[in-house]
Write a new protein. Structure first.
Length: 267
């Protein structure tokens, strides 16, 4: 070992300072911890790892640990080290056990199992993902139907505003079709973003229903046009401005005086 130890776990040489990880080997010997894949950590051996119906040939230093082997297998299988259970000769091995100390040699066989808790958690996540995907698909189907109905709403609005008379059943039928889609949305169980999309479609349908109701009212009373609406507004403004004013009743008083004079002339 180059240099002299100045503090626990630190070795100083002429070029740089670096920390050294120590490990306790079987027999009580304290040695420098060897890194996986480092050529100085001993001869490389090939290990046959069985994982269900899959088989992996893993090359690792003979003096590495089962924890090191899990890190290599994580890259091969996608399983995190904490999700793995390694068995050698029918017994599960701990992460700090060294391969060569338990008899693992070149071409030895190791069995990889997925931790049951991890497997159950992944199955639950898969179910949730399938549920979210299903909700997305169902909302998308409703959105497609609402798009078609929206075209009918636009066409109906153009007809009514154009002054043409429309049968009441047309409004009722369109409203019923919109309500059917609203009921479909109500049966969809959704979470997260799928729930947001469902809420958007609910509001969209409600807006279309309100539009149809307004068009129906306008179709029933075609004389209720925009000019009359302005006139009503104007009357309300005149009434509000005339509250408490002595000059407000003047027009009606003048008209009654004229009528009285006409009757007198007629006689």
């Amino acid at each position: 070992m180059k240099g002299s130890s100045t503090s626990k776990g630190v070795v100083v040489n002429n070029e740089y300072n670096r920390e050294i990880d120590w490990e306790l080997r079987p027999g009580g010997m304290l040695v420098q911890k060897r890194a996986v894949g480092n050529a100085s950590s001993g001869p490389m051996i090939k290990i046959k790892v069985s994982h269900g119906s899959y088989h992996h040939d893993i090359a690792a230093p003979a003096q590495s640990t089962f924890g090191d082997l899990k890190k290599i297998l994580a890259q091969e299988t996608g399983l995190e080290p904490k999700e793995q259970r390694l068995l050698f000769r029918g017994k599960e091995k701990e992460d700090d056990e060294c391969l060569h100390m338990v008899g693992v040699k070149d071409m030895s066989k190791v069995v990889l199992l997925e931790d049951p808790a991890s497997k159950e958690r992944k199955l639950e996540e898969m179910k949730q993902n399938r549920g979210i995907l299903k909700a997305y698909e169902e909302v998308a189907k409703v959105r497609s139907e609402v798009d078609k109905l929206s075209e009918k709403v636009v066409a109906l609005e153009a007809t009514v505003r154009g002054g043409s008379k429309v049968a009441d059943k047309e409004f009722l039928l369109l409203t019923e079709l919109l309500m059917v889609q609203l009921l479909k949305l109500d049966t969809i169980e959704a979470d997260g973003e799928a729930k947001v999309q469902r809420r958007i479609e609910v509001r969209r349908i409600q807006d279309f229903v309100d539009t149809v109701d307004n068009l129906k009212a306008r179709n029933s009373n075609p004389f209720s046009n925009s000019s009359n609406e302005v006139s009503v507004t104007t009357k309300w403004e005149t009434f509000e401005s005339g509250v408490g004013s002595l000059s407000a009743p003047a027009p009606s008083l003048q008209s009654s005086t004229k009528i009285t004079q006409d009757w007198e002339l007629f006689d």
